[in-house]
Structures are given as C-alpha cells and as structure tokens.
Ligand binder design. Structure first.
Ligand code: 4NP
Length: 155
C-alpha cells in the first residue's frame, strides 16, 4: 500500500500527516510507503514549517529532513491513495487528475475519522501553536481510523 498526503504548500499539514502515519505504522511493524506533496509550487525544496517540526518533535517524531515538492501526474498512478486535507485541495487534485479512472484514489484524509463532523484539516499557516496541535490531533485520529478501516496484516 502506498499513500500520498497532499495539502497546499507541503510544509504544514501533509508533512505532519506523513510523520504521524509513518510513526504509527512503524510501531505496528507494518510496511507502508508514505510521501507528501503540495498542490502549489510555493515552497518547493523547503523543509517543513518550523512550527510543524516543533509540534512533532514534542511527540518524538522527527520530520526535519523532509523537503517540499509539488504533486506530479505520475503520483496519481504510483500511489494507491491520495489523501487531501481540505476542499480546495480536493478540487485542485481532482481537476489535475490525468485520467478519469484515477479520481477514485483521491479522498479527504478525515473521511477516516470516527466522528467527522467537519471533514477537513484546517490550514494552520496563519495560526499558532494551538492550530498546529489541532492538526496533529486530527492526523492521529484519522490515522487510527485509516488503520482500522484497512485491516492490515503484520509483515
Ligand atoms: P500547508 O500550509 O498547505 O498545510 O502546507 C500552507 C503553507 C503555505 C501557504 C499556505 C498554506 N502559503 O500560502 O504559502
């Protein structure tokens, strides 16, 4: 199974989602290929936002080595699931899809949440530590439910 997380800049939400899910599956000793990308090219080559790095460092997860990249057409073919953070991401990722039959791979990450009253992970970029902590919590919850939904078997 190969999963790609997608947000706008690939410096806040999708690197947090990538770090949280990689840590979760590593601890379960389940092999899962995970990457992240942005719909925009604003931050290509940059490290995650320092607030995202710090938020996860406090949880024992290191995402400081990640580098932002932009979503490519090959990603739609290579990855099994393209998980987006909000409805703008969803619109952009669906509109850029190179083949109609690949659109079904694109889903809101929070579709996997147990109580998705609001199905998006809000952009923390103009917020503070509280908003980043909220992204972290939503990613943990969605990751747990992603795991329960997929009935993974240990390697
Ligand atoms: P992300 O957050 O999509 O979660 O990485 C943002 C990062 C940068 C910008 C917006 C959102 N920006 O406008 O530069």
């Amino acid at each position: 199974m190969k999963v790609l997380f997608i947000c706008l800049g690939n410096i806040c939400r999708s690197p947090i989602a990538e770090g949280v899910m990689r840590d979760f599956f590593l601890k379960k000793q389940i092999d899962l290929e995970i990457d992240s990308a942005g719909t925009s090219g604003y931050h290509i080559g940059e490290s995650p936002d320092i607030r995202a790095i710090e938020c996860l460092r406090k949880k024992g997860i290191d995402i400081s080595g990640l580098k932002a990249r932009q979503l490519r057409h090959e990603d739609y073919i290579y990855y099994d699931q393209l998980l987006v953070m909000d409805r703008n991401n969803l619109k952009d990722v669906v509109n850029n899809c190179p083949r109609r039959d690949l659109i079904s791979k694109v889903r809101l990450f929070r579709e996997f949440d147990s109580n998705p009253r609001e199905q998006i992970i809000p952009d923390p970029y103009y917020g503070g530590d509280h908003e980043f902590e909220n992204v972290y919590k939503l990613c943990v919850s969605a990751t747990e439910n992603f795991y329960l939904t997929h009935h993974f078997k240990p390697e």
